[in-house]
Design a binder for this molecule. Structure first.
Ligand code: PAF
Length: 281
């Protein structure tokens, strides 16, 4: 595996592959990689001849009060894991490479509508930062396809909309969420849970499963959401939301609508905020 930090080296490597007729798959990450990230890489490998993974802790997607400085930087460990998983190229740029005019003064891409709710409402500016860095990374890597995890359902919709609006010739592939045996979705944030919190955390997935069953049994969405919030509070969470939404744009479903929905939860356990979701179909 090669590691490059600058745009000209990245472009030269990708250009050489394309001249050979190879297709390029891309997995953008913030680093601090775990098995969930490696499953994205494995999926990219199934669809492309060469795979590029980026590790970049993107300052513009951290909302006020979220600790950009404290995000774990584990590049040596990430690099070893990527090499083991047969990544072809690790792109690990510094902030100046991605934001030549400074992160604060960078252009910003705002994806409307789908960003206005849920994570967008709780983390102001977060999706502008995500859309901006993903657009910048796409123009640098120029992949044929890119893989994003379904765990960040709303982010996946934002990226799909970005690609559509900018007419980028990049196929977006959604990777299923990887879970621990007890149902907890893999996430870098799980490492912050203490023993008691870790024992409670699978209740998020259990509540999503309950929401799916209750919706399938015909209970009204508002009732399902209220009971789900109560379940989470009783278990010791401080939930931000537990909702049923249309899977393709996160709009509120009509009364009685059951097809094409997704259940989504965001909840705090102590100082850690966890998100997860479950499609109903
Ligand atoms: O999901 C992530 O890890 C990040 O939001 C992404 C897509 C790498 C953009 O920084």
């Amino acid at each position: 595996m090669r590691t490059v930090n600058d745009a000209p080296s990245l472009r030269a490597a990708v250009r050489a592959w394309k001249q050979e007729g190879a297709t390029v798959g891309f997995v953008p990450t913030l680093g601090n990689l775990h098995a969930g990230h490696y499953s994205l890489l494995d999926l990219a490998r199934k669809h492309a001849d060469r795979v590029v993974v980026s590790v970049f802790v993107n300052p513009t997607q951290f909302a006020a009060g979220e600790d950009f400085e404290k995000y774990p930087r584990t590049l040596a460990q990430d690099s070893a894991g990527l090499a083991e998983h047969e990544c072809d190229l690790l792109f690990a740029p510094d902030v100046e490479t991605i934001y030549p005019c400074g992160a604060q003064h960078s252009i910003r891409i705002h994806v409307p509508q789908v960003t206005e709710t849920l994570e967008g409402a709780h983390r102001p500016g977060h999706f502008d930062g995500v859309a901006t860095v993903v657009a910048k990374l796409f123009t640098l890597v120029m992949p044929e396809l890119a893989v994003f995890g379904q765990k960040d359902w709303q982010q996946l919709l934002v990226v799909k909309r970005l690609v559509r609006e900018l007419s980028l010739p990049i196929e977006i592939i959604a990777a299923p969420t990887l879970r621990e045996a007890d149902g907890l979705a893999l996430s870098s944030r799980n490492q912050y849970l203490n023993r008691a919190e870790r024992a409670l955390a699978p209740q998020i997935h259990a509540t999503l499963q309950w929401m799916r069953e209750a919706a399938r049994d015909g209970h009204p969405a508002r009732v399902v959401e209220t009971v789900a919030m109560q379940r989470l509070e009783r278990a010791g969470f401080a939930p931000d939301y537990a909702v049923l939404r249309r899977a393709d744009d996160l709009a509120l479903p009509d009364e009685g609508e059951r097809e094409g929905l997704v259940a989504l939860i965001a909840a705090r356990l102590g100082a850690t905020r966890l998100i997860d979701n479950l499609p109903l179909d």
